[in-house]
Ligand binder design. Structure first.
Ligand code: ADP
Ligand code: MG
Length: 699
């Protein structure tokens, strides 16, 4: 399983109308070279301060949504369709186009983002895959204030828990999942989820969301006979489409009060993401702090694990966003070095498709069994009817008896046998016919009942008895029909959920489209290779400068060496600038953290003084002794009172043996002694001792 780097792209959005109006502040500081995947950032403070970055792809403001999709996310979605895990996430400052890239504007076809384009791609692929069955499921969640909320459940309450399964990994307990069968259904779910998102207006962008959202599409497929030993081959691919909250520092958004709490938490998730990336990249840390936040735990597989991951860093072109843009570019630059280990999830443990197919097979068998059951019932019914109805009317005698009727009896049997054979044949085709058969049977029973009632040759009681029997049979048939209808309905509903590949498509068109797509893919691959070559060439040129050369003359050597020196000097300067930039960035980050700490300390001191002044000391101690920290939920939990260790508690005193009421050993001893204190007289108020006065004693 080869390691595979995370694909990192950048996308710069155009100036907005608002920015164009702000003439003074809206200078462009980002230059994109799409053919080289390069970004140049010009510092607004100094003309010479230019920074260069290269990525797997770079998109400028003229790039269309579909171009972005085709050259980035398409590869990931293709992999997911083949059973890999995939993740696409957008990272960047608020207002730079994360949501625009992920979702876009759904009612304008050419402005649809990666998520709706993926829908079309997935269902196109399914329509073209012959001999395969698919099951597509969707879920949509939001992480807001470190709480997970289901966006597809009405009034979805927050606080869903993360759990870990030894084989299938981290999952969200009780998260709803919907089976979808068309692009329209998926879009509807996406819109429902988007409307349910928590939106908080900040100074930077009114509509910007301060939460992270993850849209997950799970695609299971089975290929008949595709596995070892000709068994069905099941694969499962999971696609996470992640729209992160803005990466900007909180001070710039003017967060305060509750907003501040949000901002600290959001920064917690994002800085945890940053820490994971750093730990993955530096190669020295054996511990990756995935557990530090909900986001990193959910994306654990996507970062350094079993997934193909694409990161799109979104940029603003405006020079007043220089600091944020630089920080985003650095973040993206670091992410380039993450190595993943993607593999196809074969025969997955958490697959539903296998369960579905097994259930369908069971239902089919049940239906078949029912079919046979009906035939038997029919046979019995007919036999009885023939015996008791036909005979009397044929022979002209009062009641049907066994003797002498063998011929006609056997012919009846033949009759029913042949019809039951026909029945048996039709039972293999599990269609509406079955229900029809039952209906026909019922009609027959009904007709025969009427014939019976009409026949005059029978004794009344016999008639009634047979009529009752026929009635019972009719009821049985009705019950049979209902169970069968129920099973058939269930079967149809289950089969309906599965998507059968290669259906409803004109083959030739599909083939052509596939060819076209492959050709486009090849072109894209070629372009990517070219870009890589170009980047390598540039590196080599630099190396060449440093290599030993033969010089024709001393002067030439001096020239070349001073040229080299100049270049190296520039490099040293650039490195120095980089170091100072990084130091600045760290200082800012530290200040942010200190600010947060100060704010939290203030809040803490308020809480402490409320507790100190208004809650009795023993009570708060008691509660503290009951509290334990739960690493799983990152929260304090109070043990139940019954769980408290009883040895700490003072035991209730109990009565000594032989005493009438609770009495301590001490009290008893004092009472027994002759000079007992009056305090312990209560047991024996009357003193029975003879009181002697002093004179008597002296005598
Ligand atoms: P974010 O989600 O990063 O906060 P949005 O996606 O909401 O940012 O984008 C902010 C605004 O910029 C939106 O009005 C969006 O339509 C516009 N926008 C972003 N990127 C582009 C782009 N590449 N082309 C045109 N408009 C864009
Ligand atoms: Mg957004």
């Amino acid at each position: 399983m080869p390691a595979e780097a995370v694909i990192v792209c950048v996308r710069c959005r155009p100036f907005s109308e608002k920015e164009k109006e702000r003439v003074s502040g809206a200078k462009k500081c980002v230059q994109i070279q799409p053919d080289r995947g390069a970004v140049t950032l010009q510092s607004p403070k100094s003309e010479e301060d230019i920074k260069n970055f290269t990525f797997d792809a770079a998109f400028d403001e003229n790039c269309t949504q579909i171009e972005v999709y085709n050259s980035t996310a398409r590869i990931i979605v293709d992999a997911v369709l083949n059973g890999f895990n995939g993740t696409v996430f957008c990272y960047g400052q608020t207002g730079t186009g994360k949501t625009f890239s992920m979702q876009g504007i759904s009612n304008v076809p050419h402005l649809r983002g990666i998520i709706p384009n993926a829908f079309n791609h997935i269902f196109d692929h399914i329509a073209r895959s012959k001999h395969k069955k698919f099951l597509v499921r969707v879920s949509f969640l939001e992480i807001y204030n470190e709480e997970i909320r289901d966006l597809l459940v009405k009034k979805g309450k927050g606080g869903l828990e993360l759990k870990e399964h030894p084989e299938t990994g981290v999952y969200v307990k009780d998260l709803s999942g919907y089976v979808v069968k068309s692009v329209a259904e998926m879009e509807q779910l996406m819109n429902v989820g988007n409307n349910a998102r928590s939106v908080g207006a900040t100074l930077m962008n009114e509509t910007s969301s301060r939460s992270h959202s993850i849209f997950t599409i799970t695609i299971e497929s089975s290929e008949a006979g595709g596995g070892v030993d000709g068994e069905d081959r099941f694969v499962l691919g999971k696609l996470h489409l992640v729209d992160l909250a803005g990466s900007e520092r909180q001070s710039k958004t003017g967060a305060s009060g509750d907003r501040l709490k949000e901002a600290t938490k959001i920064n917690l998730s994002l800085s945890a993401l940053g820490n994971c990336i750093s730990a993955l990249v530096d190669g020295k840390s054996s511990h990756i702090p995935y557990r530090d936040s909900k986001l990193t735990r959910l994306l654990q597989d996507s970062l350094g694990g079993n997934a193909k991951t694409l990161m799109i860093a979104t940029l603003s072109p405006a020079s007043y966003n220089y600091d944020e843009t630089l920080s985003t570019l650095r973040y993206a630059n670091r992410a380039k070095n993450i190595k993943n280990k993607p593999k196809i999830n074969e025969d997955p443990k958490d697959a539903m498709l296998r369960e579905y197919q097994e259930e369908i097979n069971k239902l089919k068998q049940a239906l078949e069994a029912k079919q046979k059951g009906t035939t038997v019932i029919k046979k019995v019914v007919r036999k009885k009817i023939m015996k008791k109805v036909k005979k009397p009317s044929d022979s002209g005698q009062g009641r049907g008896s066994s003797g002498g009727d063998n011929d006609s009896d056997s012919s009846d049997d033949d009759d029913s046998a042949s019809s039951s054979e026909a029945e048996g044949a039709s039972s293999n085709t599990l269609s509406g016919l079955d229900v029809e058969t039952i209906a026909r049977l019922e009609a027959e029973v009904d007709a025969e009942k009427r014939a019976l009632l009409a026949s005059k040759n029978m004794v009344i009681e016999e008639k009634q008895r047979i009529a009752a029997e026929l009635e019972k049979r009719a009821q049985e048939l009705e019950a049979e029909r209902q169970t069968r209808e129920h099973i058939a309905k269930k079967l149809a509903a289950m089969e309906d959920k599965l998507l059968v590949g290669g259906v409803n498509i004109i083959d030739r068109v599909a083939e052509k489209e596939k060819e076209l797509e492959q050709a486009q893919m090849a072109v894209r691959e070629k372009k990517r290779a070219e870009r890589e070559l170009q980047q390598r060439l540039e590196n080599r040129q630099e190396l060449q400068l440093q290599m030993e050369e033969n010089y024709a003359s001393l002067q030439e050597e001096v020239d070349v060496k001073s040229k080299k020196l100049k270049k190296l000097w520039a490099k040293v300067q650039a490195a120095k600038a980089e170091i100072s930039d990084l130091q600045d960035e760290f200082r800012n980050e530290r200040e942010d953290l200190l600010d947060t700490i100060r704010e939290l300390s203030r809040e803490l001191s308020l809480k402490v003084s409320v507790i100190d002044n208004f809650i009795p000391l023993e009570e708060s101690r008691k509660i503290e002794s009951r509290a334990t920290y739960d690493e799983e939920t990152n929260d304090w939990k109070l043990d139940k009172l019954t769980n408290i260790n009883l040895s700490n508690k003072v035991k209730r005193p109990c009565a000594l043996q032989g005493t009438k009421r609770p009495l301590s050993q001490f009290a008893k001893t004092v009472m027994m002694s002759s000079e007992g204190s009056f305090r312990y007289y209560h047991e024996n108020i009357l003193r029975l001792k003879v009181e002697m006065n002093d004179a008597d004693i002296r005598k």
